[in-house]
Design a protein around this ligand. Structure first.
Ligand code: SF4
Length: 290
């Protein structure tokens, strides 16, 4: 049990023996496997998380099991798979849930057994992101196997130069990755969105430095899409559905957009970020950072 007050709306998911001891049943919710859940008479009246391992042995849960879960609106189904082909196995289960008209919310659980940050990122993105992109799943739960967690906690790099975590905890890394994948798949928008061109011979300013500068002053604007494009030739056409645009239009000159519409043309680059903030303010997209 946690020995400190939970901030905001945070809640805790625990295994049934711990949940049964929890005094505040509005803050703690149980997670169980399907058999354990269905046979346990002691359930939360609000939320019950039920884990289903998809096709680990090549079979699907019996139809009556899925229908029993579907009949209980407090159930959140948590799908994972120990099958060698985990993501297709979970996808197959989503199809099964659709065919059986199961409407409960579904969380995709992914554990990573890899070592480096890049390997973890690719694993989470392919195992969960691919499903979310297809509209499967309402949330994610990411973790690491014991070996990976230990390695990530203790090392920042190895002699071959492969990157492990540095300057951040495993929990912060996993949390940030989950929010990034939810944002990238448009499942949950929790931060500012940046669209930037890859840069090329036409680029008229230091794209990375400028993007970092804009990011540092706008990263708190949840849901606002800002495009930073290297040139006026192709930039405006490549800004997709950005809300605001910062586009190089000459040496030391920036043109600022609201959507596809030019708002200020050929602004001196030294003051362009301040002008961008002014445009955000004029259009009600600015909030003061906390
Ligand atoms: S927007 Fe312009 S600078 Fe950026 S990649 Fe395209 S052509 Fe190059």
């Amino acid at each position: 049990m946690l020995d400190f007050a939970l901030p905001g709306t945070l809640k805790v998911i625990v295994y049934p023996p711990t949940w049964k001891q929890a005094a505040d049943k509005e803050k703690y919710f149980p997670i169980n496997d399907a058999d354990g859940y269905l046979s346990d008479p002691d359930k939360s009246s609000t939320l019950n998380f039920v884990m289903v391992d998809c096709y680990n042995d090549g079979t699907i849960p019996a139809a009556n099991v899925l229908q029993s879960l579907a009949a209980d609106t407090t159930v959140v189904i948590c799908l994972s798979s120990t099958n060698d082909h985990a993501m297709p196995s979970v996808r197959r289960m989503f199809v099964e849930l659709q065919e059986q008209k199961v409407q409960n919310p579904v969380v995709v659980i992914v554990d990573s057994n890899w070592q480096t940050t890049d390997e973890h990122l690719i694993h989470y993105a392919t195992e969960a992101g691919a499903l979310l992109l297809d509209g499967f799943g309402d949330g994610v739960c990411f973790g690491m196997t014991g070996k990976s967690y230990e390695q990530a906690s203790s090392a920042s790099s190895d002699t071959s130069g492969r990157n492990y975590l540095s300057n951040t905890s495993v929990e912060q890394f996993v949390n940030a990755t989950a929010f990034s994948i939810l944002q990238a798949t448009r499942t949950r928008i929790s931060k500012t969105e940046y669209i930037s061109c890859p840069s090329c011979g036409r680029t008229l300013f230091d794209l990375q430095e400028t993007t970092a500068k804009i990011r540092s002053v706008t990263h708190h604007l949840k849901g606002v899409k800002i495009a930073i494009m290297g040139c006026i030739v192709n930039g405006p056409g490549e800004m997709a559905d950005a809300d605001f645009g910062y586009v190089g239009s000459g040496v030391g000159k920036i043109t600022l957009y609201k959507g596809k519409e030019v708002v200020k043309r050929n602004v001196e680059s030294e003051v362009a970020v301040e002008e961008l903030i002014n445009i955000l303010k004029e259009n009600g997209a600015w909030v003061e950072p906390v």
